[in-house]
Design a protein around this ligand. Structure first.
Ligand SMILES: Nc1ncnc2c1ncn2[C@@H]1O[C@H](COP(=O)(O)OP(=O)(O)O)[C@@H](O)[C@H]1O
Ligand SMILES: [Mg+2]
Length: 232
């Protein structure tokens, strides 16, 4: 459903991504793994049109996306959950979800009621302010808010970052729940053991170049690769 070919992305004069290529199929969870500074966020920003690539192609459900504005890309069914989560700390959980509903929304099954059914914890916390939530609840909220736009693919940028291990487990459950709803996920992570438990396939990126792609088993069996490109 997502097909990325030969992306070359720059920040000013610095060449950051070199011929990055990846695919995500219908209903798949695919990881993009790499160390800090490897080019993971830039890859997501390139797909979303936030940092448009200088060359290469991105297509989604068979249609080209390059040249489209981020809000149009959103409307075509791709949601982006950035690393910093962007929760409104002075709005309640419920208000944060309402804002998700007025943004670039497509027609589809998701409503606040359905998000609460999926994440009962958010329902319990509906009157709490953003800053009163735990890291895991915040991640639930950003994903819930993304669902309000009725995406068919969610790009998740380091959802486990900065969370205690027990909360990382909760976030893993949240990602599985979303996958079980038939939504595809491109999961960007430095935490490869977390990502591999959730994913069908993985890509390794280093220095702006894809160094490996394959199944999780293939990656798990290749300790040299993991040593070289991941902080294990
Ligand atoms: N806004 C920016 N301007 C210039 N260079 C940037 C900018 N954002 C990121 N970079 C550089 O691009 C490279 C890739 O960064 P990034 O995609 O954020 O990596 P990752 O998400 O894998 O940690 C790094 O060398 C980083 O310093
Ligand atoms: Mg990043």
């Amino acid at each position: 459903m997502l097909n990325v070919e030969k992306l070359n992305t720059y920040y000013g004069q610095s060449h950051i991504l070199f011929d990055v290529a990846l695919t995500v199929g219908q209903g798949e969870v695919v990881s993009l793994l790499g160390r800090n500074g490897a080019g993971k966020t830039t890859s997501l920003r390139s797909i979303m049109g936030l940092t448009p690539p200088r060359s290469g192609t991105v297509s989604f459900e068979g249609k080209p996306l390059q040249g489209e504005k981020p809000n149009n890309i959103c409307r075509k069914g791709i949601a982006f959950v950035p690393e910093d989560r962007r929760i409104f700390s002075r709005l309640t959980v419920h208000e944060n979800l309402e804002i998700g509903a007025i943004r670039e929304r497509r027609n589809g099954p998701w409503s606040i009621k359905r998000v609460y059914e999926l994440f009962p914890r958010l329902n319990e916390r509906r009157h709490n302010l953003g800053h009163q939530l735990s890291g895991g609840e915040q991640q639930m909220l950003t994903i819930g808010r993304a669902l309000m736009g009725n995406p068919s693919l969610i790009l998740l940028d380091e959802p486990s970052e900065g969370l205690a291990p027990v909360i990382v487990t909760t976030v893993g459950d949240v990602i599985r729940t979303v996958r079980d709803e038939g939504i595809s996920i491109l999961l960007v992570e430095q935490n490869s053991s977390f990502a591999c438990r959730l994913s069908d396939r993985a890509y390794l990126i280093d220095d702006g170049r894809i160094r490996f792609h394959g199944t999780i088993d293939e990656l798990e069996q290749n300790s040299e690769l993991k040593q070289k490109y991941l902080a294990v």
